[in-house]
Ligand binder design. Structure first.
Ligand code: 13P
Ligand code: SF4
Length: 352
């Protein structure tokens, strides 16, 4: 594809979202990436939070954490470039150890993954022997290795229910845990905050942790009230990393891809997303007929680290290579494999 062709494609989708001069420059970078991608036999995976020009130009597959994990597991190319954050690239490496997995920006972390260590999990397992541990994929490989099974935002309820256990440890996102506990009818406790373990013969229990997503924790019920006052017909979608008060006040809660699909399949006069802001731009680019409200200034600083320039450099200089020690990888693999066996909950359909 020539720069002019790609510029025209991007312009058609993003003319109201990205300044023209930026689009032209980004089309040039994207064409270099697409050429190098072919030469190096690489697969580019792009999370739904990538900035709009990147999202709409270079990924072979876009999606949420679960869809991209599945894509990494079945990749046939030599290299996987992960346009997302470190825990996602690590997951790809755990699932596809024979591939070179590259993360274009060294610093692209996650406040949830930073919120718990393998030592914390080991201590919890000592405190609650025999209780199964579910870890959100937004964790380090070391934490996954200490876990029985992983989950993402799109299959968390199914994973917890698959365990058929009275008590479940669910780490590390406090709000996702609270949302899943509500959906699965569990009483939730936070042992680090000193709650005693309730009588599990009377009720099912979830043992949570206190990490939060630094983006989603910022949304409040007042945000929702204010928007509904101004736009009574708005449909509001929230990610389950938002507080249970926020998800209860929203019209729909789901993973990033579940939210996209909800919007693609419905015809509301306007939508508001309570999640990372680029996703609203990406949907507006693919579906100009949908009105996406943008009261939004919530950017994930980690996702935001991934640029087209970094992705080009990543392919040019083979950086930054993700490595997971084999002893940790095989244990983390078991937890991920168990999750993937539970089956897809959202069909794998990239945005055009
Ligand atoms: P999804 O799995 O829904 O894409 O979420 C990943 C994430 O990091 C949300 O903040
Ligand atoms: Fe982590 Fe939140 Fe960023 Fe998702 S949006 S990568 S959970 S910090």
């Amino acid at each position: 594809m020539t720069v002019d062709e790609l510029y025209r494609i991007l312009k058609a989708k993003l003319r109201d979202i990205v300044p023209d001069i930026e689009l032209r420059y980004k089309a040039e970078l994207a064409v270099q990436i697409l050429t190098l991608k072919k030469e190096r036999n690489a697969l580019i995976l792009g999370h739904n939070y990538m900035e709009p020009a990147l999202f709409h130009s270079i990924p072979d597959i876009t999606g949420d954490s679960l869809e991209l994990s599945r894509a990494a597991a079945r990749a046939t190319q030599d290299i996987i470039v992960f346009c997302g954050v470190r825990f996602m690239a690590e997951t790809a490496k755990i699932l596809s150890p024979q591939k070179t997995v590259l993360l274009p920006a060294k610093k692209a972390g996650c406040s949830l993954a930073d919120g718990i260590t393998a030592n914390d999990v080991r201590r919890l397992k000592e405190q609650y022997p025999g209780v199964p541990v579910v870890s959100y994929v937004n964790t380090s490989a070391e934490v996954k290795a200490e876990s029985d099974v992983c989950c993402t935002s799109s299959n968390a309820v199914a994973v917890v229910e698959s365990l058929k256990a009275d008590t479940v440890i669910f780490l590390p996102d406090e709000y996702l845990a609270r949302n899943v506990a509500l959906e699965t009818g569990r009483h939730i406790i936070f042992p680090t905050k000193g709650d005693p373990l309730p009588d599990t013969t009377l009720e099912k229990v979830m043992i949570g942790w206190h990490a939060r997503c630094e983006v989603h924790e910022k949304y409040t019920v007042d945000d929702i009230k204010n928007v509904r006052q101004q736009f009574p017909d708005v449909v509001i979608l929230a990610h389950p990393e938002c507080s249970p008060e926020v998800t209860a006040a929203a019209d729909f809660t789901g993973s990033t891809s579940a939210m996209i699909q909800y919007i693609e399949r419905t015809n509301a006069p306007r939508y508001l997303l309570l999640t990372e802001c680029s996703m609203g731009d990406n949907i507006a680019g693919a579906h100009p007929e949908k009105e996406m409200l943008r009261l939004c200034s919530m950017r994930c600083p980690h996702m935001n680290e991934i640029t087209l320039q970094d992705t080009l450099d990543s392919l040019k200089y083979t950086r930054y290579i993700i490595n997971v020690p084999e002893e940790i990888r095989v244990r983390a693999y078991r937890a991920l494999e168990r999750m993937l066996a539970i089956g897809p909950t959202v069909p794998n359909k990239p945005l055009d």
